[in-house]
Write a new protein. Structure first.
Ligand code: PLP
Length: 398
């Protein structure tokens, strides 16, 4: 037998599989709502003006590419801290946060997972039911057993909050709880401020370890609004983790720009944590790449570019909201009896549409409208040219 004879074929990534199927579909009207990517009203992936301007500046003063420090560009790490925790936050001022540049949000999550595994090898990890499909695989690949906490209530079209509290109450001390800071993927349902308060109290009372995944800051209600939950955690005095992604908010998917921040109770703790995060990075990929983080640092720290970014992010956010509103209206005018107004209460790129697996499959095979079998559609891929077709097709399968 050859060395690889016993290697099993790994399961295909369901969403990438959907993309392949979409690309092969000859239907001229086809629409891809399966992706987790923001497209503009012309169906194009945007290159933000603030990004192009920062790149122009960088090109005009080209620099040699030495190795970055293990934890990345210092100005980038500082800009991330200021954005996520606020310039005036005591934790930032006291040096109680260890922030490292990551290879996208996924990289931030994995650095945190690897560090946590060394810190507490027997801890369990809980992710929301359902969650971003990579959460489970990522924490399992770091060596954890991954369970779920109740989250989505299909009958109610909302959050099963009592179930969530029950799940967290049953968790052993030290359990790592992965929480979506805003714009829950895949459901679009976020906790209310009041519910967050209760969750933070419960995490604290039960000595659970919060790991906030913030992949969509600015896509829900605004940069500050989406980040408000961070303030609650800071105020709680808990030790906690935050992974940051700029893939969506800067439309820099392929540059892999993200970070991990670990909030500790003293600078001394944070310094030792940072040394261990660097250890994880050093033994995995040594140090991160320059370009994307330099772009983001330049935009975040140059007032005019920062303002331009906030404007462009607001445009993306507003367009998504418009698509949500139009989806509801157009489904109603197309004669869909079911009240779909829940779609406008959801936040971020995605909507759990409530459509069944059979309906999603019919949309795909009969109409070339591609969403995920779970009923998840990417609202950020709807536009003024495809929304009439999409709503007409949904009406036909309802
Ligand atoms: N976390 C969540 C909830 C996501 O939806 C995504 C991307 O889809 C990520 C993390 C990963 O982001 P990145 O592409 O920056 O690794």
């Amino acid at each position: 037998a050859t060395l690889f004879a016993a290697v099993e074929m790994a399961p295909r990534d369901p969403i990438l599989g959907l993309n392949e199927q979409f690309n092969a579909d000859p239907n001229p009207n086809k629409v891809n709502l399966g992706v987790g990517v923001y497209y503009d009203d012309n169906g194009k992936l945007p290159l933000l003006k603030c990004v192009a301007a920062a790149e122009k500046q960088m090109l005009e003063a080209p620099k040699a590419r030495g190795y970055l420090p293990i934890d990345g560009i210092a100005a980038y790490d500082r800009a991330v801290q200021t954005l996520v925790f606020g310039a005036d936050s005591a934790a930032v001022k006291d040096g109680r946060i260890a922030t490292v540049q990551g290879i996208g949000g996924t990289g931030g999550l994995k650095i945190g997972a690897d560090f946590l595994k060394k810190l507490n090898p027997n801890a369990q990890v809980l992710i929301s039911d359902p969650s971003w499909e990579n959460h489970r695989a990522l924490f399992e690949s770091a060596g954890f057993t991954v369970g779920t906490y109740a989250y989505y209530d299909a009958a109610k079209r909302g959050i099963n909050f009592d179930g969530l509290l029950t799940s967290l109450n049953a968790a052993a001390a030290g359990t790592v709880v992965v929480l979506h800071a805003c714009c829950h993927n895949p459901t679009g349902y976020d906790l209310s401020a009041e519910q967050w308060k209760q969750v933070v109290e419960l995490l604290k009372a039960r000595s659970l370890v919060p790991f906030l995944d913030m992949a969509y800051q600015g896509f829900g209600e605004g940069i500050a609004e989406d980040g408000a939950v961070i303030g609650l955690f800071l105020a709680s005095g808990l030790d906690f983790f935050v992974s940051t992604s700029f893939s969506k908010s800067f439309s820099l998917y392929g540059e892999r720009v993200g970070a991990l921040s670990v909030v500790a109770q003293s600078k001394d703790d944070a310094d030792r944590v940072l040394s261990q995060l660097k250890r994880v990075i050093r033994t995995n990929y040594s140090n991160p790449p320059t370009h994307g983080a330099q772009v983001v640092a330049t935009v975040l720290t140059t007032p005019e570019l920062r303002q331009l970014w906030e404007q462009e992010l607001a445009e993306m956010r507003v367009r998504i909201k418009q698509m949500r509103g139009q989806l509801v209206e157009k489904l109603r005018s197309a004669g869909v009896k079911q009240d779909m107004s829940f779609v406008t209460t959801q936040k971020g790129m995605f909507s759990y549409s409530g459509l069944s697996k059979e309906q999603m499959q019919r949309l795909r095979s009969e109409f070339g409208v591609y969403g995920v079998d779970s009923g998840r559609i990417c609202v950020a891929a709807l536009n003024s040219k495809n929304i009439d077709y999409v709503t007409a097709c949904i009406a036909k399968v309802c």
